[in-house]
Each structure stands twice: as structure tokens, then as C-alpha cells.
Design a protein around this ligand. Structure first.
Ligand code: T4K
Length: 376
């Protein structure tokens, strides 16, 4: 019998409502509701500490930090990027009048394949914009070597990579957000850590932090001084307060996701034609997504057949990231968007289903999901 209870791909981590009321009362009392208020300042400091990064600039979503990073670093011409992401990554380039140049991805992570970058560099290339897709770390070392060789900036779209850390040779854990020139985060409702809508730009020095703070507030450097053509992308006090509360419970949420990943892997390990990734050695993952790849011949069903079967049973996995960004009308005319240029990205986009993954999934939910995949 089909169980009609819906299981969605994700579910937002919500702070305790009573605690939130308490903070709202403080905001009401102060009557300071936006423009770099006390909760905004507290959250920037708390996030920098939690994420082990020098500076966090809060934003109103995860798209505006991408657009702003490109502005702040004066990126022009062409930027090498990945087609295997959410459209916001490439849209940020387009909004800055920059031509995206797509390169293929690596099957073992879904991230940009560093071996494909050099061939895509032209005299107009000014930067690389990779994505730590699903929170899997890009090969940051290889990317940085190429960037240094050609004098390119690197802006990481780290929307999925909240809290992801890598083990360094000296035995210490480093945030993946310290790679490159800047990294962006999304705190959208669907993310591991959310502030309803929200995002951030991670920068490495105080001067850049100051510059970004101007840019996200119309370029104001003082009451009557505008130093740059800025925008308004500030996070308000209400969402900052909500964010402070969610930060207290995000570790528990990540651990709950980890347990879901363990159960999925155990249940699916012997299912022919269903591929998934194990944890990478030396990486602290955040389990933001659980993609599986359906190999039609071995599994006996196409990806879409399984996707729609799950849907009929109320299990709403998602085909993140199908179609590829390079297939959308805005971008498909680009030379680099040609299918033969992106074979691995096409293969991944055509075989992926992200299974439901969030902190509140229980054992029965996981059982229902894996049974739907196992029973053909
Ligand atoms: N870069 C990358 C790599 C990104 O993935 C994203 C965003 C960005 C940049 C831009 O960051 P933001 O500007 O968005 O901060 C979602 C999100 O809207 C988007 O943030 C995210 N990536 C993208 C991968 O997924 P949809 O259209 O799939 O979301 P939606 O509304 O269909 O929600 C999915 C499921 O989540 C629902 O079925 C149920 C659950 N849900 C959703 C919402 C909004 C809830 O339970 N409650 C909710 O309030 O795009």
C-alpha cells in the first residue's frame, strides 16, 4: 500500500520558538531592526568562530555574496566555472557582465575537474569560480596552483559547504572556506544551517571585510560618503537573532544527518546499479545532500522512472543538478556549453537523485525510502 505521508528532500532546522520570542522582545525593545545592529554583529563574530575563518560578512541570501565578491575583486571578461551547480552560480557572473566558461567535473566529487581548467584559459580569463557541490571539497590545492600560475582570482561558491573541514598535513583541521580569495555561503531554509533566507561572504583580512561592508550597504563609508557603487544586501536583526539560535543546534543537526547517511549506505551498499559516495578520508563532511547515481542497465530502471516512482509514493527526492546550467537558454549558445565539452557533467546530471536528507528523518522514513529503491 502506498503511504501518502510526504517525505521532502529537506526540512528546515528551526530554533526553539520560546527562545526566539525572547530575542524578538529584545529587538522590539531596542527598536533597532536592521543596518548592522547588535544581533548582526554578534552573528558575524559567532559564525567566524564556529567556522574557524577570519571574517564573515553576512548577507540577505547566498546569491548576493557571489555577485558582490565579483564586484569587490573587479572580475571582468571570462570566468571558468562548473555547469554542475544551482543556477545562481552562473547567474552571478552574467549579472556582472562576465562570460562564464564551463569546464567538466570530476565523477568522484561532482566538483570542477582541475585537469580541465588550463585548456579553458584565454587572455580574457580573470578568475575561477568552482563550487564545493553537495559540500564535497574541490581540489583546492590544484586549483590554487593554476590560479597562481596564471594570476587568476578564485571565488568558491561554498553554498553547500557550511562547516566542512579538511585535515592538513600538520594534523590540524582547516575550514574549506579559507581556500581561494573568497568563499560564499547560503543560509537558505533548505541548507544545513539556515537563517530563513541568508548568506555570507568569507574573507581573509580586515580591509576586505570593510570593503564588503561598504558594498553591501550601497557603498556608504559614512553618513555622507559613498565610496563604491554598492547594493543593499544586508541581513536584518530578526534573521540574525534566528541565526544565533540555530547555530547552537547545528552540530546536533549535522550529526543526525550523518546517522541518516550511515543508514542509507548500509541499506544500499549491495543494490546493483545504485552508486553513492562514501565519506572522503581527511574530510569532516556536513551531509548536506545524499546524491545517488542510477545506472539504468544494472539497476533495471531509468533515473526518471525511479524518481517518479518515489514521487508517487510521497518520497520527494530531487534531481539536483539536472538540467545542467549549460543547458538553460541563457547559456546553451556558449561554445563551452557544448555537450561534448562536458561529458561527465551530463552523465551525473542524467543519473542523479538527491535522496531526502535532513536532521528530522527517522528510521521509519529511511526504511520507507530505501525500500522504495530496493523493491522493483
Ligand atoms: N549556489 C549554490 C551552489 C546553491 O545551491 C544556491 C542555492 C545558491 C548559490 C544561492 O543561494 P540562495 O540565494 O538561495 O541563498 C533550493 C533553494 O532555494 C536554493 O537556496 C538552493 N541553492 C537550491 C539547491 O535549492 P528549490 O527550488 O529546490 O527549493 P524548494 O522550494 O523546492 O524546496 C525544496 C524542499 O525543501 C521542499 O520540497 C520542502 C523543503 N522546504 C523548502 C522551503 C523553502 C521546506 O520544508 N521549507 C521551506 O521553507 O531551491
Amino acid at each position: 500500500m502506498v503511504n501518502k505521508d510526504i517525505i521532502t528532500v529537506t526540512s528546515p532546522l528551526l530554533p526553539d520558538l520560546n527562545e526566539f520570542h525572547g530575542l524578538l522582545q529584545q529587538i522590539w525593545d531596542s527598536k533597532w531592526i536592521t543596518n548592522n545592529g547588535s544581533f548582526h554583529r554578534q552573528l558575524e563574530v559567532a559564525l567566524a568562530e564556529y567556522l574557524k575563518v577570519p571574517y564573515v560578512c553576512l548577507f540577505t541570501n547566498g546569491t548576493l555574496p557571489l555577485i558582490t565578491a565579483l564586484q569587490a575583486l573587479h572580475i571582468t571578461g571570462e570566468v571558468i566555472t562548473t555547469p554542475y551547480s544551482f543556477v545562481a552560480t552562473t547567474h552571478a557572473l552574467w549579472w556582472n557582465g562576465i562570460k562564464p566558461v564551463f569546464v567538466d567535473i570530476d565523477w568522484s566529487t561532482g566538483c570542477m575537474d582541475p585537469n580541465k581548467i588550463e585548456a579553458a584559459i584565454t587572455p580574457k580569463t580573470t578568475a575561477i569560480m568552482p563550487v564545493h557541490v553537495y559540500g564535497k571539497p574541490c581540489n583546492t590545492k590544484a586549483i590554487q596552483e593554476i590560479a597562481d600560475k596564471y594570476g587568476l582570482k578564485v571565488i568558491y561558491d561554498a553554498a553547500h559547504a557550511f562547516g566542512v573541514e579538511c585535515l592538513e598535513k600538520d594534523g590540524t583541521w582547516h575550514s574549506i572556506l579559507t581556500a581561494g580569495d573568497m568563499s560564499t555561503l547560503s543560509f537558505h531554509a533548505t541548507k544545513v544551517y539556515n537563517t530563513v533566507e541568508g548568506g555570507a561572504l568569507v574573507v581573509h583580512d580586515e580591509k576586505t571585510k570593510k570593503r564588503i561592508d561598504y558594498l553591501k550597504n550601497f557603498g556608504f563609508a559614512g553618513e555622507t560618503e559613498v565610496v563604491a557603487p554598492g547594493i543593499n544586501s544586508k541581513m536584518d536583526e530578526i534573521r540574525s537573532a534566528y541565526g544565533l539560535l540555530n547555530l547552537k543546534q547545528v552540530d546536533r543537526a549535522i550529526e543526525a544527518r550523518h546517522q541518516v547517511a550511515i543508514r542509507y549506505r548500509e541499506a544500499l551498499k549491495n543494490i546493483k546499479g545504485i552508486e553513492f559516495w562514501n565519506d572522503l578520508p581527511g574530510v569532516r563532511h556536513n551531509y548536506s545532500y545524499f546524491p545517488i547515481f542510477v545506472h539504468e542497465k544494472e539497476y533495471g530502471m531509468t533515473r526518471d522512472e525511479l524518481y517518479y516512482k518515489m514521487k508517487e509514493q510521497g518520497i520527494l527526492g530531487r534531481r539536483y543538478f539536472y538540467p545542467l546550467i549549460s543547458e538553460f537558454t541563457t547559456y546553451r549558445g556558449l561554445e563551452s556549453a557544448r555537450k561534448e565539452n562536458l561529458p561527465t557533467a551530463h552523465k551525473m546530471a542524467n543519473s542523479v537523485i538527491c535522496l531526502p536528507m535532513h536532521h528530522a528523518l527517522n528510521n521509519d522514513d529511511v526504511l520507507r525510502i530505501v525500500n522504495c529503491i530496493i523493491e522493483k
